[in-house]
Design a protein around this ligand. Sequence first.
Ligand code: FES
Length: 92
Amino acid sequence: MRKADIQFRKLVLVCTHEKLEGKACCAKKLSPEFFMNLKLAVAQRDPSIRVSRSGCLGNCQSGAVIAIMPDNVYLGEVRESDLDRLVNLITS
Ligand code: FES
């Protein structure tokens, strides 16, 4: 094992996990466009922050869920209307 070539100041995980049979999940709360809009907006403001899709973050009833590391911030009930506020929070 070795240190990866590229290091990021922050890693933002956006749960896009989809569950079947009507179970609560983040995929039902946000559009796929939201993830790309967030990723692009954050990258434009601070390329040292990585925004990636993730699987289930264990908080499905509070979806959509986003984790900001290393800040150790877990956000629930994220909605499309939160985009600008979210970009400000992540890049602060
Ligand atoms: S499906 Fe997103 S936290 Fe479980």
